[in-house]
Design a protein. Structure first.
Length: 260
């Protein structure tokens, strides 16, 4: 069963300061735990109900992962969910190195994305469309916040997250690398011809792309409404994660068609 010290330690990891201090994050639920166990990330501990442990004992022992059996009451003490799931796993926060070679692929750059749900959905969308690198400005929410991890549904194990100064990161790109920016005014998405590599900037939910980043955008993209009802077009803007998903779909479709 869980000790008081274990409960205190696990709950401390819900706070960014202590995640950074220990270099450990929390992943909760069967889906997230399964993705972690099948990934290259280092799982440091697992706390789970007896039934889950019985089903996963083989992989836990093969990877020499420390595990603790608990009951529903114990799980509730460390859960971040309204209804606790069967398992809580702890894993080491990866520290991927950003090298110049990564500019040869598509990179999603996030400018002050604050909402955990949006961040998690963007990571999950990037994974779906095969984008493996995300660069976050220092003002973004922590990608290893439990709410972000939960909303990625395991995709955080396959996407590398980098926290860098965006302006410096963009200026260091190889010459000729296009920088696409999701803006209210720009070339219509359906008329944009995407390069085989590039940087896609998604701005914050409230303020869009920062003023210091805007001059670095080489290709402004606008998502058209195609609405037949003018009343529907009164929405001020799209949610950041939705805009990212729409653009990533069109981008990946074009890249697929070029290969075909």
């Amino acid at each position: 069963m869980l000790s008081k010290n274990q409960v205190k330690y696990i709950n401390s990891l819900k706070i960014k300061k202590f995640r950074q201090e220990h270099g450990i994050f929390i992943a909760e639920g069967e889906k997230c735990a399964a993705e972690l166990l099948n990934s290259n990330l280092e799982v440091t501990a697992v706390y789970a109900l007896p039934g889950w442990l019985d089903e996963n004992l083989g992989v836990l022992e093969s990877k020499n992962i420390l595990f603790t059996e608990t009951d529903e009451a114990g799980l509730a003490k460390i859960s971040d969910l309204t209804t606790p799931n069967k398992v809580v796993a702890l894993a080491r926060i990866p520290k991927p190195e950003f090298t110049a070679e990564l500019y040869s692929h598509y990179i999603v750059a996030l400018d002050n994305i604050k909402d955990p749900g949006n961040m998690g959905t963007i990571i999950r969308t990037a994974d779906w469309f095969g984008i493996r690198q995300i660069v976050c400005s220092p003002g973004c929410v922590d990608a290893y916040n439990p709410k972000v991890v939960q909303s990625t549904m395991g995709s955080i194990t396959r996407v590398s997250i980098h926290y860098l100064e965006l302006a410096k990161f963009i200026r260091q790109k190889p010459e000729g690398t296009p920088v696409y920016g999701a803006l209210l005014h720009g070339r219509s998405l359906n008329k944009t011809a995407f390069d085989t590599k590039g940087i896609l900037i998604i701005g914050s939910e409230s303020h869009g792309i920062s003023p210091e980043i805007l001059p670095l955008v080489t290709n402004a993209i606008h998502i058209p409404t195609f609405s037949q009802n003018e009343a529907i077009t009164n929405a001020e803007s799209l949610n950041a994660s939705i805009a990212n998903a729409i653009i990533c779909y069109e981008l990946s479709k074009q890249l697929f068609e070029k290969k075909s």
